[in-house]
Ligand binder design. Sequence first.
Ligand SMILES: [Zn+2]
Ligand SMILES: [Zn+2]
Length: 257
Amino acid sequence: MTPAFPSGIRTSVRVMERAWLKRELDAGRSIESIAREVGKDPSTVSYWVNKHALISSHAEKHAARGGIEREELERLVGQGFTVRAIAEELQVSFSSVQHWLRRYDLATVRARRSRSMQASLEDPTAPAVTTGECPRHGTTTFGRRPEGSWRCLRCRSAHVAARRRRIKQILVAEAGGVCVLCGYDRTVGALHFHHVDPSAKEFHLSFAGATRSIASSRAEAAKCVLLCANCHAEVENGAANIPNAAPRETSGVAIPG
Ligand SMILES: [Zn+2]
Ligand SMILES: [Zn+2]
């Protein structure tokens, strides 16, 4: 007999295969240990166990007893399982897990963390960053907001980047929306603000990095012309000149107004 899957195949595929799953469960393995082997979340393994109408021997034990042992609950809590993951692992209801956690005075890592995050908000000496659960980014770093709440730092930087893109879009449109040399207009990201006055070249840098107001960005953009990345490179190395601004660029002397 050739095995259904050659040994070289990625183990993550196996979790979807009924025969393999059944063999592992019959051998007394827990969902959690299978999940570890295939590198998947226990909830994913549970999904396939349910889909194939299989049941883990661990789960059968619990159904027969009608309760959850403290030792087992402690072990899962210690491994960082959430209430939902424990319920799936032991094939019991969410509220039953909550009941036994309360009964044994246990708390999941997530619950303890959210309690301690709440507590540290009221403590001015607590650190400004902490680890928390973001619905979008999972376990990640949170920063303290000045108004007294926690914010996922990855959500925050995504928000800042989106705001920057919006501001740039507006300013690009206000600056004519095209490269002044070649008329390129396909991607805002490939359009640069080039300072007509060569002594003030930092605008494109600060534009990318800071959360300046649209008003100050607009004032800065007014001193610039729009160039595409290619034309910008040519202007910077002298292969191309900006019409009208060219004499100022080459002489380096400002023309008196
Ligand atoms: Zn986030
Ligand atoms: Zn161009």
